[in-house]
Design a binder for this molecule. Structure first.
Ligand code: SF4
Ligand code: SF4
Length: 475
């Protein structure tokens, strides 16, 4: 129970009797073999699942003006995204992105429930592909249950073997693609084929392949039930106007099947619409019965909705006994879309997105750090001048080579000593040692502000000014 709506936990738990009279606090895992179901929501899921997988697999191959659309170049400590280059100094944007992701989760969970889990979560996406492969190789639920119980045979070995080979192939593709975000994929693929990989590339491909094969092939719903923290705190984000998958108890109960339904006696004549066929349970990937109420195991995949709609069609009843609805709607009350909590999340999300987009649009593709020499505040040159030494760290954040002019604004008597320009390749960085020297004929200030300015020779609007200090302590 939370400050949101209560979410039932109906997983059977508690001490299990073990051989020898011992007690176990853990329930023995039972493999879930969900039945495949077609329907309007499963079509929508197929679309989102294929789109998510497609974006993941294709992105490393896409280019923008000849450069990868997305590349995380860790050795060079630069990240190229949609023609923009980010360095670790741009951590501000990453922090904003993380905050936007967090508030998007709060906003959309409050509005649409666990729609992320059911439609685009990587665990859902890869599991759906793996289940499809399993269905192609071993058949649907009943055939798989039968095959699991059957003795070892050529048929069983061929079916299970081809399933695991296909699973491993998809897992390997996932692992190679992941590394393709860090290492140019057009060069990576031939190197994978010729086993000419570096240590870290090999490690990440093996790790990602293994993790994908294990999570999507073997663990499946257990990742959602036992590993994903989101399932545990989702109820705190729910309220009675949140869209959830629900069974309409008023309409469905008392449930009854075949014999009871044909019985016209007083005891059975007022049965509800649920024919107790159990199809909603058979299709559930997490193995729960939605008729027990909202449960944290429900990933909102809507398979039970499509299954029940099919049953309702076949018995001539209106669809929607299991449906997307809200607690308020089920109680016959009005659902409020605009509510204080959702508006609060929306305002914060909108503000963060505005700051992020404005920052990106106003971003100048050059950056400059001025680092004073840490060893000495100042030093005296052989010709008696007071000198402050600096390192200018110059970042070219554009996708083109640039020449930058270096200028300094300083009080009279302070002279800049260093290169007039610095040339950088596209998305390159350079450390430039420079100094400022104070002529002994001028008054020696304690310390004064000085401004270093970088300006692109080809475009005066690409400019960055950074303030620093010239220190002499009046000597
Ligand atoms: S209860 Fe329904 S919506 Fe929830 S996980 Fe099971 S099949 Fe999917
Ligand atoms: S699929 Fe519908 S009719 Fe069948 S048991 Fe589930 S809720 Fe009842």
């Amino acid at each position: 129970m939370s400050n949101g709506i209560p979410v039932k936990d109906v997983t059977p738990r508690g001490p299990n009797q073990q051989p020898g009279g011992q007690q176990s606090f853990y329930k023995k895992h039972e493999k879930i073999q969900p039945k495949w179901i077609e329907g309007r929501f499963q079509k929508l899921r197929d679309f989102t699942v294929v789109a998510t997988m497609g974006v993941y697999l294709l992105t490393p191959w896409l280019t923008w003006n000849g450069d990868p659309v997305v590349r995380f170049d860790l050795p060079a400590r630069r990240f190229d995204i949609l023609g923009m280059t980010f360095f670790p100094e741009d951590f501000f944007y990453l922090s904003l992105l993380l905050m936007i992701a967090a508030f998007s989760l709060l906003f959309f969970t409050n509005l649409l429930g666990r729609v992320f889990c059911g439609y685009v979560c990587p665990q859902t996406v890869w599991t759906r592909f793996f289940v499809r492969i399993e269905r192609w190789t071993e058949g649907d639920r009943n055939a798989r249950l039968k095959l699991d119980k059957s003795p070892l045979s050529v048929n069983k070995v061929v079916r299970k073997g081809s399933k695991h080979i296909a699973w491993l192939a998809l897992a390997l593709l996932t692992g190679v693609t992941f590394v393709g975000y860090f290492s140019p994929i057009r060069e990576l693929i031939p190197r994978v084929a010729s086993f000419d990989l570096g240590t870290w590339e090999t490690w990440w491909i093996v790790f990602f392949t293994g993790a994908t094969y294990t999570n999507a092939g073997w663990m499946r719903e257990q990742v959602c039930l036992y590993m994903c923290p989101y399932a545990r705190f989702q109820s705190a984000m729910f309220d009675q106007d949140t869209l959830v998958v629900s069974y309409d108890t008023t309409r469905g109960e008392p449930r009854g099947r075949g014999k009871k339904r044909r019985d016209t006696s007083a005891e059975h004549k007022d049965l509800g619409d649920c024919v107790d066929c159990g199809l909603c349970v058979q299709v559930c990937p997490t193995g729960i019965d939605i008729r027990d109420g909202l449960q944290y195991e429900c990933i909102t995949c809507a398979a039970c909705i499509d299954a029940c709609d099919e049953v309702m069609d076949s018995v001539g009843k209106p669809r929607g006994l299991v449906r997307y609805t809200t607690e308020h709607a089920l109680e016959g009350k009005q659902t409020h879309i605009l509510r204080p909590r959702l508006l609060g999340y929306g305002i914060v999300l909108g503000s963060l997105a505005t700051v992020f987009l404005t920052g990106l649009l106003m971003r100048v593709p050059v950056d400059l750090d001025v680092i004073r020499d840490r060893n000495a505040l100042f030093q005296e040159t052989t010709d008696g001048k007071l000198e402050n030494v600096y390192t200018l760290k110059v970042y070219n954040k554009s996708q083109e080579a640039q020449v930058f002019r270096i200028t300094v604004e300083a009080p009279e008597g302070i002279e800049y000593k260093g290169p007039a320009t610095v040339a950088l390749p596209a998305a390159g960085t350079e450390s430039v040692p420079v100094s400022l020297q104070l002529d002994p004929n001028y008054t020696k200030p304690q310390n004064v502000d000085v401004n270093f300015t970088l300006t692109a020779v080809s475009d005066e609007s690409i400019t960055k000014q950074v303030e620093s200090r010239f220190i002499s302590l009046g000597r």
